[in-house]
Design a protein around this ligand. Structure first.
Ligand code: HEC
Ligand code: HEC
Length: 197
């Protein structure tokens, strides 16, 4: 990522006092809050998912995680696998979880990639301006999630849901971003994003 963006990330993080930054590294070591133990079974060690259907939390923007946790706890976004899990957690515990996972090193992009699908996905993402919200390296910002190196099956499934059946609690902005795209387009986009770092 360009040095200027990296610097911007560090400055923002320092400004909110969110991260204990070691030597300006964007992802710092931080003790896991006790509640994080309940997440690893599905979201993977330190939030790096090893399950193709489940998103990674590591390196997601803090605001995005925080918002989603509140929406999921309140039942406004339905995640059946997490039903009830967040009920006993108060806001400060959700904030601590968001802070912890956003500070973890993101999952590496898996190999191998299909060169043609990757290039088609890259061209589409550029044509559709996905980076205008998700940023040019797809690391996300604020309430916009990270897409880089998310599991491919999760990306396909969540884009289909936005396009065909926008679920309650999900931002309608994504339905218009994907308007008119075919299944094959979504598959190419997902392949490109899953293999981006
Ligand atoms: C039993 C499995 C399971 C457990 C345990 C679990 N999750 Fe999830 N979580 C999921 C699934 C599946 C999704 C994706 C749902 C979807 O496809 O929309 C999800 C989605 C999320 C999202 C939204 C991410 C995104 O990119 O859209 C957040 C944030 C999240 N989980 C946080 C947590 C935290 C924090 C914990 C621990 C307190 C936790 N989850 C425990 C299965 C689980
Ligand atoms: C106008 C801003 C905007 C544009 C353009 C945009 N997105 Fe998004 N995207 C968002 C926001 C905001 C969310 C979070 C939705 C929510 O909170 O329910 C999101 C969520 C997603 C998700 C779900 C990820 C997760 O972890 O839950 C995927 C996948 C995605 N976008 C892919 C894309 C692709 C591919 C494109 C280009 C075709 C694109 N987006 C263009 C704003 C945008």
């Amino acid at each position: 990522m360009p040095a200027r963006e990296q610097w911007g990330t560090a400055v923002r993080a320092a400004a909110v006092g969110a991260l204990l930054l070691g030597g300006g590294a964007p992802f710092a070591q931080q003790a896991a809050p006790p509640q994080a133990a309940a997440c690893a079974a599905c979201h993977g060690p330190e939030g790096r998912s090893q399950n193709p259907e489940i998103p990674s939390l590591a390196g997601q923007p803090r605001t995005f995680i925080e918002n989603q946790l509140v929406l999921i706890r309140e039942g406004l976004r339905e995640v059946p696998a997490m039903k009830g899990l967040l009920d006993p957690m108060k806001d400060p515990e959700l904030v601590a979880l968001a802070q912890y996972f956003s500070a973890q090193k993101p999952a590496p992009a898996p190999a191998p990639r299909d060169r043609e699908a990757f290039q088609r996905g890259q061209a589409l993402a550029s044509k559709m301006h996905c980076g205008s919200c998700h940023l040019s390296d797809f690391r996300g910002q604020q309430q916009v999630p990270r897409l880089a190196a998310q599991p491919e099956a999760f990306l396909v499934q969540s884009m289909k849901q936005f396009r065909d059946n926008p679920a309650p609690g999900r931002d309608t902005i994504m339905a218009s971003a994907l308007f008119g795209l075919k299944d094959a387009d979504l598959a190419d986009l997902a392949h490109f994003l899953a293999h981006s770092n």
